[in-house]
Ligand binder design. Sequence first.
Ligand code: NAP
Length: 304
Amino acid sequence: MDEYDVIIVGSGPAGLTAALYSGRQNFKTLVLEKALVGGMGSIVPLLENYPGFELIAGKQLVDIMKDQALKYAEIKDRENVEEIEIKGDSIKIGTDKSEYITKTVILATGAKHRQLGVPGEDKFLGRGVAYCAMCDGPIFVGRKVLVVGGGNSAVQQALYLDNIGVMVALVHRRDELRAEGYLQDELEKRDIPVFWDSEVEEIRGLQVVESVLLHNKKTGKKDEIPTDGVFIAVGEIPSNQLAKKLDLDLDQHGYVITDKAQRTNVSRIYAAGDITGGVNQWVVACSEGAVAALSAYQDIQIGK
Ligand code: NAP
């Protein structure tokens, strides 16, 4: 069984930065990723707030970070971690492909898309219902779509779709957006219509999405809005299955609680990035990944 000093679960910005920092301490480091490298970072259309880059696509930044991390650490993608078992001083990791032994584990498992939970959402997934404008937007060029949500993700997706020539409108359940001011300004500047105070009650169609039933909470009125697609961007839920198995302390929303050094309540288990909640910013995920790796380094050095 291969042995490591640090195994990192998840390869988003937090996981890749943890790998870079850990590998550079001459620690034998492995990143395990159940899907493709980059996690949710890969689907961010454009970042304008990652220091050092005025404008960069998430996928491009992931590729740069991955190449840098690979100089110091191993990365295995499409390998799902199923079990983490603490056995005295060592930790056994079981995946769907292999088993490993490590001294420390950094959980950087991130978060996944929250669903609306309305009729039609599952039925039309991939047939008009989507969660990622960057991935699925080009299919809708010249056609009409609705983006649901009022946060940064929803507004960014709406702007991206508008950029590529999709006829987009936003649906939000309240009368004000949660998204940052600069995004709201851009939405207004481009005259992107917003259905305020509106909840999606049903996504309708035969083979593909044809319309959405909206319920205006203020007027009580229900309207069937014709549309070719629905992009759902209503937040995230933490991917905390492994954290639960490890009995890590979680907050009321299911995010892993850590101290400032990214240590969890379980010795030699650290958490970094979106799995810890907070502001979900790329730069914050990177910094948490770096801190987690340095804490693992310190703890291994003193034999904690
Ligand atoms: P978010 O900020 O949590 O916003 C979720 C939005 O969806 C809110 O407007 C919420 O409405 C709405 N919503 C939630 N459940 C809903 C439901 N069942 N039906 C209808 N609407 C619902 O989520 P996010 O936009 O995905 O962002 C997640 C985190 O990543 C945030 O911390 C965000 O700041 C960060 N982020 C940052 C950037 C950036 O460029 N800086 C980009 C993307 C994301 P209410 O407002 O009424 O609660």
